[in-house]
Write a protein that binds this ligand. Structure first.
Ligand SMILES: [Zn+2]
Length: 175
């Protein structure tokens, strides 16, 4: 009765688990790395009270459907088109720190600090995101749902205007 050597090969379940983790990481892991976003050094923020909700990249939050293995857009401007999962309306990839807002008020590139969420940047839009309502990206549906609806005092740094006809206009936010 010699000692059995059991260390030659990893077991079947170890391999399945490792492959599973690798597949998850390729498909979903990229959504978990937060973006590094900080406001411009010298600018003073405007503090605005906004309704905040949260969303993720799933088919419920982004209203797409699966046709076999092809995701397509169900509603909205791009109805019927192929959906690029994880890509925002501005073209940036969606990661924690991506915020959807009404871009007629808060254009792409607006930096915000939301209590409980941290710094984020406006990179996305949404059919239901109008006026003083922002949608914060979180990397899975459970996180997104657990945020609920919160009215919060949000610090806002609007991006610099390209051609300022009247400088020092206190922007059309707050009041
Ligand atoms: Zn979702």
């Amino acid at each position: 009765m010699g000692r059995r050597r059991r260390r030659r090969k990893p077991g079947k379940w170890t391999v399945i688990l490792l492959v599973g983790v690798a597949v998850w990481f390729v498909l979903e892991g990229r959504f978990y790395f937060p973006k590094y976003i900080r406001p411009p050094g010298d600018a003073e923020p405007v503090v605005v009270e906004l309704d905040t909700t949260s969303y993720c990249h799933c088919r419920k939050c982004c209203s797409y459907k699966w046709l076999a293995f092809i995701p397509y857009q169900k509603t909205g401007t791009f109805s019927g088109r192929i959906k690029k999962i994880g890509v925002t309306s501005s073209g940036a990839t969606v990661r924690p720190g991506s915020i959807a807002a009404d871009i007629s008020i808060y254009p792409y590139g607006t930096i915000m600090h939301v209590p409980g969420y941290g710094y984020g940047r406006v990179e996305d839009t949404g059919g239901a995101i109008k006026g003083r309502h922002i949608d914060l990206y979180r990397p899975n549906h459970w996180f997104a749902r657990s945020w609920g609806v919160k009215k919060l005092k949000v610090k806002v740094w609007l991006p610099p205007k390209e051609d300022p006809p009247q400088q020092e206009a206190p922007a059309n936010v707050g009041s």
